[in-house]
Every structure is written in C-alpha cells, then in structure tokens.
Write a protein that binds this ligand. Sequence first.
Ligand SMILES: [Zn+2]
Length: 371
Amino acid sequence: MKNELIDIRMDDVLCLLRLNIVKRNGNELNLYCPKCDVHKMKGEGHLYINVHKNTFFCHRCGIGGNALQLYAWLNNIDTKEAYKELVQILTKGTKRARKAVAEPTATYDVNATQTENLAPVEQRDLVYHEFLKLLDLDEKYREHLLSRGVTDTFIKFKGYRSLNVKDERKRKEICKTLIEKGLTLEAVPGFFKHSNGEWDFVPYNGFCIPVVSLEGMIQGLQVRIVGDTNSGKYRWFSSGNISTGTSAKNFVHVVGTFNEEKYKRVFIIEGALKADICSYLMDGELFVALPGVNSSHDEAVQIVKKLGLKNEVFIVFDNDIIEKKEVQEAYERLKRKFKNEGITATRLAFNLNYKGYDDYLIASKIRGECA
Ligand SMILES: [Zn+2]
C-alpha cells in the first residue's frame, strides 16, 4: 500500500473553499463565516483565520481548529474523509475518488501543530545538510531551474533537490542513514516517526530550496511545487500535522555577500529561490527573502539592523504591486517597520514588462545591459 503524507496548510484550504476575506492584518484574516454570516454583507465577519499558525476560530459558532478541521467543518465531513479528499486534490489536482490513497501509518493527530518543540538551528542545519546529500534532482526540476538563468554548478552548490520520494522504503532508508550518522531527526520540520519507531519524511511534489540564516545555517526547506494544479506554489517542508512531526516556521532566507568595501546595501524580496537567482545574477549582492510579502517583516528588519544599515535598503516586490492592493499594503507596512527602527527603505521599481525582478535581470543579462 502506498502512503502519502501531505501537510494540509491553511492557504491550500483557503483556495479550495473560496472564502471571502473581509480584512487582512498580516497573517490574520477576518472572514464571513459560511455557517453563521451567510447573509452578512457589511462589517466584520465572525470567522478568524491565522494563516501562519494554521488555525481558525468562529466567534459565533464557537468552532475552531486547524486547516484540515476547517475544511472538514465547512464541507460537513469528518477529518478523516477531509484528509483523503484534500490529499487527492493537492497531489492529483482532482476530486475524483481514488482508492490508492491509504491512511498514513503514523497517527494523524489533527490537534497537533508542533511548533513549540522546534529543534535548534544548529541541529536543523546538520540534518538538512546531510539530508540534501542523499537526495537527487529530477531532470524536469533541473530544466526548470536552468530556464530561470542559473547553472548546474549553482544548482548543485545551492542544494536544490527533489522531495518527491514516493517510495516509503527509500524515505525510511534515507532517515536511517541520517540517524546512523549520529543525527537527531526529532523536532526537525518535515520528519516524523511511524508508530513502529521508524523515521520518515513527508514527500512533496517538487524540489526544495534551503532557507539559510544570516549566520549561514539552513533553517528550513522551502518547497516549490511542480507538476500539479498547485504548480508554482511554495510550501514549507513540514510535518506539523503529524503527532510525531514538527511544523516549519516562516523562516527568512539570507543570500549574498556583505563586506565593507564592495557592498553596503541589501535587497528585500519575496521567495528564497528568487533571492538566490537575483543575488547570483547580480554577482553576489545581498538579498533577504521573506517567505511571502506579508510574512516575517520583523525578522527581516532585525537582520538589517544586525547589518547596521540605515538606508540603502531596497524592497523589490513583483510588479503585481501595481494592481494588488494587498501587496501595496504589505510594502507600506514593511517600510513603516523599518522606519520605526530608524531605517529608510525604498521600493526598487523595475521595467513593468517583467513580473519578477529575476525575470527582469535575466532579460537584461540576455540583452547584455547589465553593468
Ligand atoms: Zn460561524
């Protein structure tokens, strides 16, 4: 039997449920509850969702829980059924019932969102470093990366690897190798223990991007989903919905050089992969990557503070900032946070014909316009 363990995240569920967001404050959303706010058109809703914490609560219905429970509640099904359905949708992009989806052998505890027990960064760094060495990169992912302007050497150096290890035996073998090396998988996001004591990790349809701290340690793995309806989306390598697993946090990624002589500026961007690519295309400029335009603002500000920069801080969000009000608001909020710390951040605008700054840089390189 095939086991597929998928982390059910709030953003997936939100997409599927097509809920109406009334207000957004960072990761906190206010919505009209489909159960009790049915006829509501004005004012705040009763339903509150925290995307980062993966929680919801309706103040009128008095019902709360995690993303899976929200999905189950609103579809009037139990969490077991909801999990099966979500796995099918998230992995196959279809609602068609498929017999092959088996129950996970690990206890699937819907009340477990393990963030408190997160392993220290030193342990995570060691585990992820060795873990990446045991993974390959599928040709399709390699081609995708090459098309984004990087080289094979760069891909290898950065540690982008496939996480779609479907064979449970192979996954367990990888975990065994890590343990034999003296590593502890306990409290490392993405890993979990089966009831028989064997360690395993959550396979994802895509490749991972190591998210590195200012000190150069791997904090976590961001996953770029490739080849299903969620193609292009990002997730965390996380196992928080399994009782023996651990949730990833919204880690901030730092890439590039910061030395007195040459560089004395920093770029703030959304997405670790984009940061890697931009830094590479700009000969090693320093980039700080937020996991999303709305997340980890405080952490980013702290990093810039540590660097001792007062200005020369450039926020370079995708050009959808022009149409999307929520991106503009995120930008303003981030800018204010910097200002509160005495740091001046400015938006770096670039040619509107390109969506992301990386697209723009690649096009510039091709045209030979880059200085
Ligand atoms: Zn309600």
